[in-house]
Write a protein that binds this ligand. Structure first.
Ligand SMILES: [Zn+2]
Length: 495
């Protein structure tokens, strides 16, 4: 940004909490369940009763290792558990079990695509911890506490301040969501609070060759991609304005602060000054043994990891010739990408299949609020529909109608094309008759096309649409186009 003789650059480091999709909690066997009856998924361990012993959930550790590997991190061969002490009604033990100085994963990076350009964000660390419960303030005069969420495994990922724009933060957040859902370690639902983003934002301002850094503000608990983007953009503006108003507004002279995002007003507001780490009085949890992760365990986890979205997208582009945009859309959801590849393996031509996934199947899926894979259409049938389009049996428009019918009917696409009367007519005489009718009904367009070369293409397109309408979608568009061109050429020579 540049304004009034100063330039400014935003620096963002992100903290992300990812709720892991384990069946049970991190240190007890209570079920992890969204929207269960309050306090129905609670035992003495997660309720913080004295004298109980936590038992580590192995699955949570393996999910975390998988994320660490996917983020190109070093996985700690030895990691331990620490108590982070603070007092809050939703934390009955008065401490949270977390990892302080020996996180499970560290020193990685994550490449994200911003407007077609790859930008690297370094990952400082990723550690496992338990979630707190939830305070409910909707009864006047009292606060209720629901401990169902207490003890749910969270992976906290912390990046270096390598994010330099609100758009990059948005891309980072969406690609991270895609990654964890691909790995199957989290549902990654923002609505259910399974991913929460906390950007740490400050500005580097340059004036007359002198550099100033504003205090860091941490925006708490953002739970939509849009709010991540908008909160960072807002903070960048606000911090420059505060700096311009107040000379003392620089890092070190003013404390860092926590701020909340008010979605309806599109602003952040001050919550409190930030605690330094020592306020939490971290110390090793005496009830839990350290975890040792050896090479064999790492290999086992690595062996169970699927192909990750970015390399998969690159492979689809290279091997099947898909455009980057189509490949990105197909790869967004792992089950959908699997379905696409199965349809190709069943003989579907990749180019037409990709177009049908992006334009036809995605539209039908969106209408139903599911991913393409959620439509439950067999890959081989999808492949055969694509072949019908490729060999000219049905038009692209007719394929849409057939696809829709395939959602309810187990019949083959070819059978449905017959029964819907959508098989293209290859008969040249019949097609010529339709073309003649379109010419007769649209004298104006015909005159334009014949007289004015500039309008010819548009008019020809219009006439082609008319022929398709007259034929009830049964004419072969390629044959129609050819006949229209021939007729227009004849008219021009007559003139
Ligand atoms: Zn429990």
């Amino acid at each position: 940004m540049s304004d009034g003789g100063i330039t400014s650059r935003v620096l963002v480091g992100m903290e992300i909490h990812v709720q892991l999709a384990t069946r049970t909690k991190l240190f007890c066997s209570c079920a992890v369940e969204f929207a269960a009856v309050p306090n129905s998924r609670v035992c003495p361990v997660c309720a913080g009763m004295p004298g109980v012993l936590p038992v580590l959930n192995r699955q949570a550790v393996e999910f975390s290792i998988a994320v660490g590997l996917a983020l190109n991190c070093r996985i700690a061969p030895f990691t331990k558990w620490d108590r982070k002490s603070y007092y809050y009604p939703d934390l009955p033990k008065n401490y949270q079990i977390s990892q302080y100085d020996l996180p499970l994963a560290a020193d990685g990076y994550f490449d994200v695509n911003v407007d077609g350009e790859t930008q690297r964000v370094r990952i400082r660390r990723a550690h496992l911890e338990e979630d707190a419960g939830k305070n409910i303030h909707d009864t006047p005069g009292c606060t209720l506490v629901d401990l169902n969420r207490a003890g749910t495994p969270l992976l906290e990922i912390v990046t270096e301040p390598d994010i330099h724009s609100a758009e990059q933060a948005y891309a980072f957040a969406t690609e991270l969501q895609r990654l964890v859902t691909y790995l199957g370690v989290s549902e990654g639902s923002m609505q259910k609070g399974q991913m929460r983003f906390e950007p740490n934002v400050n500005m580097i301002i340059t004036r007359d060759g002198e550099e100033y850094r504003t205090p860091i503000s941490e925006v708490k608990n953002l739970n939509s991609f849009r709010s991540v983007r908008d909160a960072i953009a807002y903070e960048a503006r606000r911090q420059v304005q505060e700096w311009q108003r107040d000379n003392g507004y620089v890092l070190g002279k003013r404390p860092n602060e926590n701020r909340g995002w008010l979605d309806d007003r599109g602003v952040t507001e001050f919550q409190r000054g930030k605690e330094a780490a020592h306020d939490y009085r971290y110390f090793p949890d005496p009830d839990l043994v350290p975890v040792e992760i050896d090479a064999a365990w790492l290999d086992r986890v690595r062996g169970q990891m699927p192909e990750l979205p970015r390399p998969r997208q690159a492979r689809l582009e290279k091997e099947l010739g898909l455009s980057p945009k189509d490949a990105e859309i197909i790869v967004t959801d792992r089950a959908t990408a699997d379905l696409f590849e199965a349809a190709v393996a069943a003989g579907g031509p990749p180019d037409v299949l990709a177009r049908q996934f992006v334009n036809v199947w995605s539209a039908l899926a969106n209408e139903r609020g599911v991913a393409v894979a959620g439509l439950q259409v067999d890959a081989a049938r999808m492949g055969r529909l694509a072949r019908l389009t490729t060999d000219g049996t049905v038009s692209a428009t007719a394929a849409k109608q057939i696809a829709e019918r395939m959602l309810e009917s187990p019949d083959e696409p070819a059978t449905l094309a017959e029964s819907l009367g959508l098989v293209q007519v290859q008969d040249a005489d019949q097609t010529a008759a339709w073309v003649a009718q379109a010419f007769a009904e649209n004298e104006r367009a015909v005159r334009d096309a014949a007289a004015n070369p500039k309008k010819a293409q548009k008019a020809a397109g219009f006439l082609r649409g008319q022929v398709m309408r007259i034929s009830g979608g049964k004419a072969d568009p390629r044959l129609v186009g050819k006949l229209i061109e021939e007729r227009l050429a004849e008219l021009r020579t007559e003139d």
